[in-house]
Design a protein around this ligand. Structure first.
Ligand code: ZN
Length: 206
């Protein structure tokens, strides 16, 4: 099991519990998402992998002295099956799935990602709308002592797609122009990106 320690500040510590991957072999694509923990409080988990990953996710949290009940926010960058598979482990959390914010059967009507509104979770963690891959994608921005990390889901498939648009386009894009614009926005904003299906990378110097 890979646990990559990434960033710590006085409030929060970010770790990639499982780096994402995607590989095509014949007519099958093997893929799973990057699953990221920001240990606070508040405790946040970003993208919960496929429905078959529950036990290894619980084990990974245990290594950080966390139980699923300790998680305050589940953030799924979008609603695809490899990003939402274990949301039901987190019974005490507010769930943000794309543009939807809910807890139990209560859905927030006051926050509108579609109008560009950012959702502030704490001083150093916020959720921002970054549609394109789907029309309701979000990214998490984590400020670690002024070094900025974006956990983007499939806005970025993997580092290699910076040089090869085909990689993110062929991974599926509901609106290529919108995705292109949001990719640019995130590249200008942050220092490191955790993409949907590859290891974290540093944003090339502008
Ligand atoms: Zn994905």
């Amino acid at each position: 099991m890979q646990h990559i320690f990434l960033a710590i500040n006085k409030m929060s510590q970010m770790s990639i519990l499982f780096p994402g991957y995607s590989n095509v072999a014949g007519d099958i694509m093997k893929a799973n998402c990057s699953c990221t923990l920001i240990k606070g409080p508040p405790n946040c988990i970003i993208d919960t992998m496929t429905a078959w990953d529950g036990s290894r996710l619980i084990e990974a949290l245990k290594l950080h002295n966390l139980h699923p009940d300790d998680i305050d926010y589940v953030i799924c960058t979008h609603g695809h099956s490899d990003h939402i598979g274990n949301n039901n482990l987190f019974q005490n959390a507010t769930h943000i799935v794309g543009f939807s914010i809910s807890k139990r059967d209560e859905y927030s009507l006051s926050h509108d990602f579609s109008k560009g509104a950012e959702f502030q979770i704490s001083d150093d963690i916020k959720v921002v709308p970054t549609p394109g891959h789907t029309l309701q994608d979000v990214s998490v921005i984590f400020n670690n002592n002024d070094v900025l990390y974006a956990i983007t889901g499939d806005l970025f498939e993997k580092e290699e797609d910076l040089e090869n648009d085909n990689i993110w386009i062929s991974a599926g894009s509901d609106n290529e122009q919108l995705q292109r614009d949001n990719r640019e926005k995130i590249l200008k904003l942050v220092d490191f990106i955790v993409p949907g299906h590859g290891p974290m990378f540093q944003v090339p110097k502008k």
